[in-house]
Design a protein around this ligand. Structure first.
Ligand code: BGC
Length: 327
């Protein structure tokens, strides 16, 4: 197995669950409007309104209190009037894996900053503060309190598999981008059903699940939707994915993400891994077809030209750097 994988430039010995602190990515998308506002400006750069819309395409509008960029930090004093919001679906959920609100019931005790086996509540950035019985977003004010659309207070963990190959012409030659003169990568991209944005096919770590398993499960659910495939081909396809995903990959990022669902008490953290097939030997040969939360899945050129969901462009830029490819 070792030789098989090293032939494909897959780094062995990469441990997936190892906790390392990564730099928190810059906010390209304004916390207020979700657009690409200039985060270096101290004023509200996006809107004049006191409250701005948040949420996703299929969910009712929720308005966040506007937080000027120079007031995001908790240590800056600010007359702050956030909006409290936890979606109906989250509030009324009876699933064991969805948190109860400790502010509603003094008997609810949640093991903050610990892995209670059902759910890993540790942040990749170290212990977070718990204020008035609920965690405080380590990146600052978001204009919303409560859980919004997220099931957990504190970190909500996701995993993002970035599957790449070289873009080749009909003769199998790797194509070079005319602007940067660098070779072009392609990655498996999806169109998210909720926001209609291009994204990496990632998803939430489920109850008791390991990040390694989430990476495989999400890739499978969102990009390998072939209901008519015969049993043998299905088996071979899954065996390839399992081999590659379980034996390596390059860790690209692990930590907080600037996700539109984040609130002052609940936020997204992800682990992004790159699985690259430089020689067209395994992953590069698979066809993809959207399923689950993805309305489409396709191989797409990797480059700064494509706007992507949340912090996904940061991850892809790093992948391009690692392979010395076009960005
Ligand atoms: C997505 C991941 C993403 C994470 C944080 C999840 O819903 O599926 O791809 O990285 O949210 O934004």
């Amino acid at each position: 197995m070792g030789n098989f994988l090293s032939r494909f430039n897959i780094h062995l010995n990469t441990r997936i669950d190892q906790r390392e602190v990564y730099r928190i990515p810059p906010h390209h998308k304004c916390r207020n409007c979700g657009q690409g506002c200039d985060p270096s400006k101290s004023e509200n750069t996006c809107v004049n309104a006191k409250y701005t819309r948040t949420g996703t395409k299929d969910q009712p509008a929720v308005y966040r209190a506007v937080v000027p960029n120079n007031k995001i930090n908790w240590s800056t004093s600010y007359e702050y009037q956030p909006v409290e919001f936890t979606s109906e679906k989250v509030r009324t959920s009876t699933k064991e894996y969805v948190d109860k609100d400790p502010r509603d019931d003094p008997k609810v005790e949640i093991p903050w900053n610990l892995d209670d086996r059902l759910c890993d509540r540790r942040s990749y950035h170290g212990p977070y503060k718990v204020v008035r019985r609920v965690p405080q977003n380590p990146c600052g004010r978001t204009g919303l309190t409560g859980r919004g659309h997220l099931g957990h207070f504190g970190p909500n963990h996701a995993a993002d598999p970035i599957v790449t190959r070289w873009k080749r012409d009909q003769n199998g030659q790797i194509m070079v981008h005319p602007r940067t003169q660098r070779q072009i990568l392609e990655f498996v991209c999806i169109l998210r059903k909720d926001t209609n944005e291009y994204a990496i096919p990632g998803g939430m770590v489920e109850k008791k699940e390991k990040v390694t398993d989430t990476l495989q499960r999400e890739f499978h659910e969102e990009t390998l939707n072939f209901p008519d495939l015969d049993e043998r081909s299905k088996h071979n396809l899954l065996a390839t994915i399992k081999d590659v995903f379980e034996n390596g990959g390059i860790r690209i990022y692990c930590g907080y993400v600037d996700d539109p669902r984040n609130t002052d008490n609940s936020w997204m953290e992800t682990t992004a891994y790159n699985f690259h097939d430089g020689n067209n030997e395994h992953l590069a040969l698979i066809e993809v077809h959207g399923g689950s939360d993805a309305s489409k899945a396709f191989w797409h050129d990797l480059g700064s030209e494509t706007p992507l969901y949340a912090s996904h462009a940061d991850f892809l830029r790093k992948v391009a750097d690692i392979h010395n490819a076009h960005w």
